[in-house]
Design a protein around this ligand. Structure first.
Ligand code: OAD
Length: 261
């Protein structure tokens, strides 16, 4: 017999109540209800575009205007979007519990939800594991630079450039592209957090991209539990180790976290 959502919620809430540390992993699905497309599936980013053309160093070197115009469109869409009920519930939860958010999203909505609660910049800020749409760094010397308000991608001459006089390389989005490694400090931190967590709460991700895809199993390897919130769940396991909460993040996450210490 399959478990109902209410039964799975009860089990997941029991684990969260008993938990010392919690790692929250999020993906594009947590921002879907803010109007940001996911990457995979119908109407998603990768269904109409080529990841290699738009999100790789090779693609950028071949056509930086095309890459920047795609990112500028995403930046504009995110600027006019708002954090949803899931982002807000998570922001409140991570201020009161020993819980840390690690997001694959580059939209900054977790951070905006935290600031919306008046939470100052803190050691507990969400980890933006794949970078941010609102950070740039030099393609040539790799140094970060100020985030331009808007980017004119109509020609190579109007694209943002490194401010260092001896460099003047093109600036690129500070995002981990295909074929690039996660910065070592963040990679090691993610493994530490996953292994120390009593519960790994996985929200709105297809878990198709490594190394994030491995993290829930790191929690289970150290006797922790995995709770998943997804409209199409992907985490497998017995009722002793996993709870699949099937539904939209904006509905399920506030319900899951309400009243938890
Ligand atoms: P995907 O597009 O692969 O997966 C989105 C997941 O969200 C799917 O499992 C959906 O079922 C689920 N979903 C959709 N709407 C939802 C909702 N309202 N509530 C809950 N779940 C929902 O996105 P990611 O797993 O985040 O990397 O993709 C991982 C990485 O692949 C991205 O960070 C991106 C991409 O290539 C980079 O660009 C570096």
């Amino acid at each position: 017999m399959t478990e109902t959502l209410i039964e799975a919620l009860e089990r997941a809430r029991g684990w969260l109540k008993a938990a010392g540390r919690v790692l929250v992993i999020t993906g594009a699905g947590v921002s879907a209800e803010s109007g940001i497309p996911t990457f995979r599936g119908g109407g998603a980013y990768w269904s109409g575009f080529s990841p290699n053309e738009l999100s790789s160093v090779r693609g950028f070197d071949a056509n930086p205007c095309l890459v920047w115009s795609w990112y500028e469109e995403r930046r504009a869409r995110v600027r006019s979007a708002e954090p949803n009920a899931a982002h807000r519930a998570l922001a409140a939860y991570t201020t009161r519990a020993d819980a840390r958010i690690l997001t694959q999203n580059v939209d900054g909505l977790h951070l905006r939800a935290a600031r919306g609660l008046g939470t100052p910049s803190a050691a507990n800020d969400p980890i933006e594991f794949h970078g941010s749409l609102f950070k740039v760094r030099c393609r040539r010397c790799h140094r970060p630079g100020p985030n331009p308000e808007t980017i004119d991608a109509s020609s190579r001459d109007t694209l943002p450039r490194c401010l260092r006089p001896h460099c003047r390389g093109l600036m690129r989005p500070d995002i981990v592209w295909f074929g690039e490694a996660i910065p070592e400090e963040n990679r090691l931190l993610s493994i530490k957090l996953a292994r120390e967590a009593d519960v790994c709460l996985v929200i709105g991700t297809s878990l198709e991209v490594y190394p994030v895809a491995d993290l829930p199993d790191q929690t289970r390897d150290t006797d922790g539990k995995v709770v998943e919130v997804n409209v199409f769940p992907v985490v497998r396991g017995t009722t002793n180790t996993a709870a699949n909460l099937v539904g939209k993040a904006g509905d399920v996450v506030p319900e899951l976290l309400a009243g938890l210490p």
